[in-house]
Structure formats: C-alpha cells, structure tokens
Design a binder for this molecule. Structure first.
Ligand code: ATP
Ligand code: MG
Length: 422
C-alpha cells in the first residue's frame, strides 16, 4: 500500500481531470459506492473459485454485529449492488464511472500492489454490441488524451452459459488427458471451474493452455454475430484489435465480449485495462435481470506506462511567492494575498519555519521564493506599504529581475498580470 505524495500526486490529479472531462463527453455519470461491502457480494458476484475470492480478499468480521465484510477488490459488484438497490434502471439504461482504491492481498511487485486504484466505466441496461464498442472507444480515447502509446487491444468472446457448458466438458476432458502437467491449483479447479485454469499465471502450464479447446469454437450464430458487430464498429473507427482466444479474465461474471488493453513496456504486469460483458451479474446478486458491460483500468499501471514514455510531470509552481519582511505587515499582506487568490492567482505565502522567530531574513525568504518555482515574488516591504503599494519582482531573470509597484487598493487591476494560463 503506497502513500502518494506531491509532486507525484499532481500526476494523479492530472489523470483524474482528463478522465472526468472525457467521461462527460461520453455522457458517463459519476457513482461513488462504499469501500466496504458484505463479503457474500464478492463471493457470489466474482465466483467462489477465482484468485480474488480464494486468496486475495481482505475480509473481516464486524466486531459489533458479526457481519462478514470485505474491502472491495474491484468495484463492479458494488456498482451493480447499488444499481439494483436503488432501482437505477427503472427508466432505462445508465452509463456510470468511478475512481477509487481497491484492495487485494497479492504478492507486491512492480505494477501489483495491495491497495491500488482503478478507474472504471460501466454501461448497464444495454444489450447491443454498440455499447461494448462505445466503452472500448472510450478507453481508446483516454489513451489518446493521455498521450499513451504502445497499447494494443485484445478481444475474445466467452459466449453464453449453454455454449460455455459444451466447452467446459471439452476442457475437462482435455485437462484430464494431460493431468500430469497440471499444477496443484489447476487440479483443484479442474472440476469446479476449469475455465479458470486458462487464466493461470504459471509459466509451466502456458504450453498446455495454448493448445486447450477454444471457447470461441463453441459459439453459436448469435454470439458470433454480437462479436462480429463489436469488431466491425471498432474497425470502422480505426481501432486495431486482435482476437486472443485464451483471454478469459479473472472473474466469473463475464459473458460474450471480453477485452484487455495490454502493453509490452511494463514487464509481466502488462494489462492496463480489462473488461467485458456481464449480462447475468445483476440477477446473480439479486437484482432484476439486466444486461451490462464495463471495464476497469489500473491507475498505477497507466501512470507507470506514461512515465516509461517520458511523460512530463505537470508543474506545481504557484504564480506568486509572497515575501513578508516583518510580522507587522501580516494583516495587510494576508488580506492582499486573499484578494489575489479570490481572483484566481495562486499564491504561496512565506510562513515562519519550525523554530524560527519573526518572518526570517529577506535572503532566506527569497531562497524559498526561488525554490517554489513561482515566476514572481510579491514583496510587502515597509516603505512601499506605508505608501499603499506592494512590489512585484520577476524571479525569472536573475538577480536584477524587473520589478514594479502596484497599489494595494486596486488589486483586481494588476492581478491578471500575475496569473499563469492554468
Ligand atoms: P492481473 O491479471 O494483472 O492480476 P486482473 O485480471 O486481476 O489483473 P482486473 O481485476 O481485471 O485485473 O483489474 C483491472 C486492472 O486493474 C488490471 O488490468 C490492472 O491494470 C489493475 N490491477 C489489478 N490488480 C492490481 C494490483 N494488485 N495492483 C495494481 N493494479 C492492479
Ligand atoms: Mg489479478
């Protein structure tokens, strides 16, 4: 679990602002659900025989009433619970997005943390392939907005439950015939959830998984038509894709379209975003049946990838650093600074450091002003104050920086000259 500190946190805010603007353009609305949910929501929703439910959930008992609770490992189950609980689909489909922390007890490594952050988009109450495509286009637009490169889209279709049944039988027969190659986990999952074996991270089993019966070969005409429709909308929009018949995703709730955006630039944690259709999840957790589709991206991995691609850190510098030589100037100085801030100027005020007395020397204040990165210092010198004036000094052109006096009683006249194009 990481602390996210400045200046790194500015990159997070930058990303979040891009996401909010983009979600608005696609008419997706923000939803915020609790970080803690009843454990059975995840067990029922994600599937008992999944990595998350078997070994990654932070679960605990509420000491006051004995209820089993879990820190959310993902947000789709909570969103679906909220949609059902508040009957959000009563007047038609809803497009929603969220951002926030998720919790999984995994082995920490690059791109894999125990508290990590996801941004997700969900479209509930729509059954057509155009919404699958819209969500993929939304993610693709986000990569473009962020300036992210070298991300490719992999698609698959998991079909419908009856198609999965036929495939499951073939899969069990295949793995039984190759039982010697199965690891302990796979052997345990063979009869409970053989599809999960395809999601194994064990390198020794990759060969076996490669040649396993493919779900896509068991799809009927309707499922194939849905898949084709998604693909042709993407193609018409210039989004390259490849079909990965072994893409199954980590939760059991998916059907039909599934997809991942992957990169080769993050080592083995190369999936930055994953999603798909989950037409049976709402019913599964006790809501009125309704189709749905969504994705979630890993914020840490997206930011890491941006860093790989030499993304510049957004500047944190204020417009102005306020230098205040004497304590006696504080009331006037602070009220001027407050007026500037109200007019949209970003002002960092000099303040007494720990153990300091008075405001500190001019020399130390100007050192701080330079370090702040502000292009201007605002100097509340006694002489100027007595004449109702304050000095603005440029910090950009060295010791002999240009300076000008401005009247304290007309802040709004000169405030705009200090303001950066933020
Ligand atoms: P992986 O196969 O890497 O374990 P996943 O299939 O478990 O990923 P999802 O549940 O699909 O991941 O979550 C969506 C995205 O969230 C992932 O593509 C990834 O970018 C990110 N993510 C998942 N788990 C973690 C984690 N422990 N730390 C950081 N990011 C994560
Ligand atoms: Mg995982």
């Amino acid at each position: 679990m990481n602390d996210i500190l400045p200046p790194e946190s500015a990159r997070w805010e930058w990303l979040e602002a891009k996401v909010r603007a983009l979600m608005a353009r696609y008419a997706y609305r923000n939803i915020r659900t609790p970080i803690v949910e009843p454990t059975p929501l995840f067990v029922r929703g994600l599937g008992e025989v999944t990595d998350i439910v078997e070994k990654e959930m932070y679960s605990f008992e509420d000491r006051l009433n004995g209820e089993q609770l879990t820190l959310r490992p993902e947000a789709t189950a909570g969103v679906v619970r909220a949609v059902a609980e508040h009957s959000l689909l009563y007047d038609g489909g809803k497009r929603l997005y969220y951002m926030g922390p998720m919790f999984r007890h995994e082995r920490p490594q690059r791109g894999r943390y125990r508290q990590f952050h996801q941004i997700g988009a969900e479209a509930l109450g729509f059954s057509g392939a155009e919404v699958d495509a819209e969500l993929i286009l939304l993610a693709q637009s986000l990569w473009r907005e962020l300036g992210l490169q070298h991300v490719r889209l992999e698609l698959n279709s998991l079909g419908e439950p009856d198609e999965r049944k036929a495939h499951r039988a073939a899969l069990i027969a295949y793995f039984e015939a190759n039982a010697a190659v199965l690891d302990e986990e796979a052997r345990r999952r063979l009869h409970s959830n053989p599809l999960r074996i395809l999601d194994t991270k064990n390198p020794a089993m990759q060969g076996l998984v490669e040649t396993a019966p493919r779900l896509i070969d068991f799809l009927g005409a309707k499922s194939l038509a849905h898949f084709d429709a998604v693909k042709s909308i993407l193609t018409a929009n210039g989004v390259p894709w490849t079909v990965n018949p072994r893409l199954v995703r980590g939760m059991d709730y998916y059907n039909l379209t599934v997809f991942e955006f992957v990169t080769d630039q993050l080592g083995s944690q190369g999936t930055i975003c994953g999603g798909g259709r989950y037409d049976y999840l709402i019913e599964q957790i006790g809501g009125k049946p309704a189709p749905a589709v969504g994705w979630a991206l890993g914020v840490e991995r997206v930011l890491e990838l941006l860093k790989e691609q030499t993304h510049a850190v957004p500047a944190l510098a204020p417009d102005v650093y306020a230098v205040i030589p004497n304590v006696a100037a504080l009331p006037t100085a602070v009220s001027t600074i407050e007026r500037l801030r109200a007019l949209g100027v970003s002002v960092q005020m000099h303040a007494t450091p720990a153990g300091g007395e008075g405001m500190g020397s001019m020399k130390s204040q100007f050192k701080k002003a330079d370090a702040s990165g502000a292009p201007y210092a605002l100097v509340f010198g006694d002489d100027e104050l007595s004449r109702g004036m304050v000095v603005v000094k440029s910090l950009r052109d060295g010791a002999g920086g240009a300076q000008a006096e401005h009247p304290l009683n007309a802040v709004s006249d000169w405030a705009p000259t200090l303001q950066s194009k933020r």
